[in-house]
Design a binder for this molecule. Structure first.
Ligand SMILES: *Cc1c(COP(=O)(O)O)cnc(C)c1O
Length: 374
């Protein structure tokens, strides 16, 4: 039987042809397609100021620099996410202050976030986990009351919306990823959505060597900028992807509805929060009932592989990595993040899947779990 990966990008033929044209055009670095992608993203996000760059990891790091966050500052962030989220906080010299996530939504627990605020706290960096928005009213109310910046890690949430408004169409600074696994891709790449035009200008300097030019074309370097600009080849992929994004996300929601229907006959696994139409379902990750089984998660995943099915792990708890243990974090600090880290399995979900694929995944999973019951 064909191997079904846990994720796979969908690239249409017109986009592939468009990329070939860019390759033949002689202009491969940032150019007309970067402008076109930024304009299209801005329109998609209700006219916000949008800038692209080579990755979301870079986007988050430069966003922290734009906010002037560095040595001695604290940034509150969830204990369960991809390593990029806390790593960039470390990279600018600040300290990630972890708080636990909610077991149902997998998003940062905002009550615990508020309790973690100190005089050194400068920002909160929440993650819209798997495309389910955090409670934006509570988040921005908290940020306003404590005078904190918000840098949203929306790597999973392009096309998600909160009460009818797209994530990234409002808020402080919002970061998207266009890695091939994400809901749309530029191969590698990311984007930032800004509320403040002056911060977007500061970003422009940091994105490209700190270089600016005056009216006569004289060059100046005013800050030690980095090198994060997207290539026109990559941007052309994004130009082709964005018009397909809403359709991709609708398809993801349909497939997830199918997963929920099939899982209702096997209540052993803890399913993620259902969300509403604003959930872009970057991934579908139930928790295994390991306390009821005679097998480990690795054995479950190996079993799925034997059925030709790919399974991911998103994510191990961050505070248990050696880098973060060095900050003093220990086992037991964040029970929900740790439980998710131990039990989560990401099942196949991408727009080109069929409902039969979903049934195949569910059947294989059920067989493995039934055979392993204590
Ligand atoms: C993928 C991802 C990132 C990093 O995105 P890149 O574009 O690969 O740098 C950051 N945060 C989260 C939650 C992610 O899933």
């Amino acid at each position: 039987m064909d191997y079904l990966p846990f994720t796979k990008p969908t690239l249409d033929e017109a986009t592939i042809q468009g990329v070939v044209e860019v390759l033949r055009s002689g202009w491969l670095a940032s150019g007309p397609n970067v402008h076109a992608l930024e304009k299209a993203l801005s329109e998609y996000l209700d006219g916000r100021i949008v800038r692209t760059l080579t990755s979301a990891t870079g986007a988050l790091e430069v966003a922290l620099q734009v906010c002037g966050i560095g040595t001695g500052d604290e940034v509150i962030t969830p204990a369960m996410s991809f390593a990029a989220t806390p790593n960039v906080i470390m990279r600018v010299g600040a300290r990630p202050v972890f708080v636990d996530v909610d077991l149902d939504t997998r998003n940062i627990d905002l009550n615990q976030a508020e309790a973690a605020i100190t005089p050194r706290t400068k920002a909160i960096m929440p993650v819209h986990f798997s495309g389910l928005p955090v409670d934006m009213d509570t988040l921005y109310d908290l940020a306003k009351r404590h005078n904190l910046r918000v840098i949203e890690d929306a790597a999973h949430a392009i096309g998600s919306s909160w009460q009818g408004k797209k994530i990234g169409s409002f808020g402080d600074i919002v970061s998207f990823s266009f890695h091939p696994n994400k809901n749309m891709t530029t191969i590698e790449g990311g984007a930032l959505s800004f509320a403040d035009p002056d911060e977007a200008k500061r970003f422009d300097l940091l994105r490209f060597h700190g270089i600016s030019r005056d009216a006569e074309g004289n060059m100046d370097v005013s800050v030690a900028g980095g090198k994060y600009n997207l290539s026109d080849v990559a941007a052309r992929v994004g130009v082709g992807q964005l018009p397909l994004l809403d359709g991709f996300n609708t398809r993801r929601r349909e497939l997830v509805a199918h997963y929920f229907k099939h899982f209702s006959t096997d209540p052993a696994c803890l399913l993620p929060a259902r969300g509403d139409e604003g959930h872009s379902w970057h991934m579908f990750a139930p928790l295994l009932p390991l306390d009821q089984l005679n097998i480990s998660r690795k054995q479950f995943i190996d079993g799925m592989h034997q059925h030709g099915l790919g399974v991911g792990i998103h994510y191990p708890a961050l505070h248990l990595f050696s880098l973060y243990r060095e900050l003093g974090y220990r086992e037991g600090d964040f029970p929900n993040a740790e439980k998710i880290g131990r039990e989560t399995v990401t099942l196949p979900l991408f727009p080109a899947m069929t409902t039969e694929d979903v049934e195949r995944v569910c059947a294989a999973g059920r067989t493995i779990i039934q055979d392993a019951k204590k």
